[in-house]
Design a protein around this ligand. Structure first.
Ligand SMILES: Cc1cc2nc3c(=O)[nH]c(=O)nc-3n(C[C@H](O)[C@H](O)[C@H](O)COP(=O)(O)O)c2cc1C
Length: 199
């Protein structure tokens, strides 16, 4: 069974992390979840529910093995390279967390888990969200790409004509699953345009 870690930080777009957790849980993955303090706060602001409530619902729906750690718990299993993971995703990834990862700080469990993925050479996907990006942000993201992380800006496509926010987000989350090599129940490959010149 594949084992993934999803980290939620305090950038806008907690729905990306939540829909990713839902999709991985539905696919039967073993899931580990950690949120930074601001990840929890922004998720509550944006969705009107606590992360704990979301995770409880997803766990009950899917029956998935879902383990959550406190954001400050540097003694958690996922803080060590001896606890093997098939992939780590930070979604959404704040510029604060990107900066900490780029400079090797391990002030909380998200930073440490990201550093572990980089040192072990495990797949690490970052979903940054900020606009505009400063030169500092761009340099931090470049350093992380050079270190082996996949940078997937929270930037969903519109060509599948999503009708709801969930559809819009799931189109993007499907790309993250593909990048991880995870089972992808959300896959909707583009088969080319149905429009023809003159339409
Ligand atoms: C409502 C709200 C929205 C935010 N949106 C963003 C954002 O989109 N991108 C970002 O980098 N920071 C954003 N922030 C700021 C981060 O939460 C802040 O920098 C925090 O220190 C990040 O800490 P963390 O990376 O440990 O979660 C937002 C904060 C709030 C309260």
């Amino acid at each position: 069974m594949a084992r993934y870690l999803v980290c939620v930080t305090g950038a806008s777009g907690s729905i990306y992390g939540l829909r990713l957790i839902r999709a991985l849980a539905a696919a039967g993955a073993e899931l580990h979840v950690v949120a930074s303090a601001w990840g929890e706060r922004v998720a509550a602001e944006e969705t009107g529910r606590s992360l704990a409530a979301w995770l409880g619902e997803i766990g009950a729906e899917s029956g998935a093995r879902l383990t959550r750690y406190a954001g400050g718990d540097l003694a958690a299993p996922v803080a060590s390279g001896s606890f093997r993971l098939d992939g780590t995703v930070v979604a959404p990834c704040s510029m604060g967390t990107a900066g900490a990862l780029a400079s090797g700080l391990s002030a909380n469990l998200v930073h440490r888990a990201g550093a572990v993925a980089l040192k072990e050479g495990w797949p690490l996907v970052l979903v940054p969200r900020e606009s505009p990006l400063s030169l500092v942000d761009l340099r931090n993201l470049t350093a992380l790409a050079e270190a082996g992380a996949a940078i997937m800006p929270a930037s969903p496509g519109f060509y599948h004509r999503p009708a709801t926010i969930e559809e819009l987000v799931d189109g993007f989350v499907g790309r993250v699953l593909d990048r991880l090599g995870a089972e992808n129940p959300l896959a909707r490959p583009w088969k080319g345009s149905a429009l023809h010149e003159g339409d």
